[in-house]
Ligand binder design. Structure first.
Ligand code: NCD
Ligand code: ZN
Length: 362
């Protein structure tokens, strides 16, 4: 029997559970991979853009969306956070009231039209210094950011020297941080050396980041060769120096700034009329993929040091930053090819990439 890796159950601090009849299968895939809780993204249709009350044609409320997820199996999670989608309708009073009621723990910035269901996003320049952000800062609500410059095309959007993400981290994030020094921020699904540098240059405990398995495993060459669209998500996978920076960030001994957020994003219709929906589904296989990425980064998961860096990234740093307890329960993985368990009828990343998992959940 090969070595068993046992760590506390982990938290997925950026995932998509959507809406409708498949929600239960997405949640079940998460529970079966040792996941103890999640931050479920608010880019539903319509978005989760109110704190409480009934849904309307304009939006779900955190209360009603979270209630629906709990009923669909999410009640088995130890923690389930739904951030508020920031739109032009959001007010400082909403933020204050939501934070005081305990329902509002996090708020989400989407670049307008920058990714799946992000049409309601408001440009970052409108938020910096605004009453809404001041209220987020004052009420200790965590700001989750999809950090890409919106409105770019062609070589401005993606080039070997700069990308929509590197521009956002170089041009906007220092302004945001300096204008709101008390703000706690999570730089979500970061993909570039520039984003890693921003996080590492910020105050520990104020600025953290999530990283997906695909961005630790792959570079843009993997996507382009054969146009393997199952790897198409936003921000897009980047270059070798970027992947290297991400790998160094997550495996640095004792690090507390980076944690798991899979951005698992199911799409039942991945291929569209012209192009492809953005989002990779990693339900059922995320810790296995993270383990493979840690090994590729040179971590020996059979040593106490290796296990400690894996545990920090998956199970400890996220709860610490968001302010809830590390799970008391554990889950186990073994280095063995066995295939992933998956209930949701959408193609997962490993299937799409023709990848065999090197690890299995016991
Ligand atoms: C996400 C989705 O499908 O909802 N897609 C993605 O490519 N990551 C949206 C997001 O988080 O950007
Ligand atoms: Zn996402």
């Amino acid at each position: 029997m090969s070595h068993i890796l046992e760590i506390p159950k982990w938290f997925d601090l950026h995932t998509h559970f959507r809406q409708g009849e498949l929600v239960a299968s997405y949640i079940s895939d998460h529970l079966e991979m040792g996941c103890a809780g999640a931050l479920a993204m608010p880019n539903t249709l319509p978005p989760v853009s109110k704190i409480d009350g009934e849904n309307s044609e304009h939006g779900w409320s955190i209360e009603s969306y979270r209630g629906m997820l709990l009923e669909a199996g999410g009640d088995q999670f130890e923690e389930l956070i739904v951030p508020l989608y920031l739109t032009k309708e959001t007010t400082a009073q909403d933020i204050e009231r939501g934070a005081k009621s305990g329902q509002l723990k996090a708020a989400k910035y989407y670049p307008p039209h920058g990714t799946t269901n992000s049409a309601h996003g408001v440009p970052i320049e409108n938020w910096i210094g605004s009453d809404v952000l001041k209220a987020i800062e004052a009420n200790e609500v965590i700001l989750c950011l999809h950090g890409e410059q919106h409105g770019l095309t062609g070589a401005d959007y993606f080039d070997s020297k700069h990308t929509a993400e590197s521009k956002f981290y170089q041009n906007w994030m220092p302004k945001l941080r300096d204008t709101h020094p008390g703000l706690k921020m999570v730089c979500e699904h970061i993909t570039t050396e520039a984003a890693v540098a921003f996080v590492e240059s910020s105050v520990e405990g104020k600025v953290a980041a999530t990283i997906t398995p695909q961005h630790l495993l792959y570079t843009v060459g993997h996507l382009i060769q054969g146009l393997r669209y199952h790897l198409y998500c936003l921000p897009i996978v980047k270059f070798e120096n970027d992947r290297e920076a991400l790998r160094q960030a997550v495996t640095k001994p004792g690090q507390s700034r980076f944690f798991a957020g899979t951005d698992s994003a199911p799409h039942t219709d991945k291929v569209t009329e012209c192009g492809c929906a953005a989002g990779c589904y990693t339900g059922g296989c995320a810790p296995q993929l993270y383990a493979m990425a840690f090994e590729e980064a040179g971590v020996n998961l059979a040593t106490p040091e290796g296990i400690d860096s894996f545990r920090r990234f998956l199970s400890a740093n996220g709860p610490e930053f968001y302010g809830f307890p590390v799970s008391n329960e554990t889950f186990q993985m073994v280095r063995e090819r066995r295939g992933a368990t998956k209930k949701a009828p959408v193609t997962s990343l490993p299937e799409g990439m023709g990848l065999e998992l090197e690890w299995a959940i016991v």
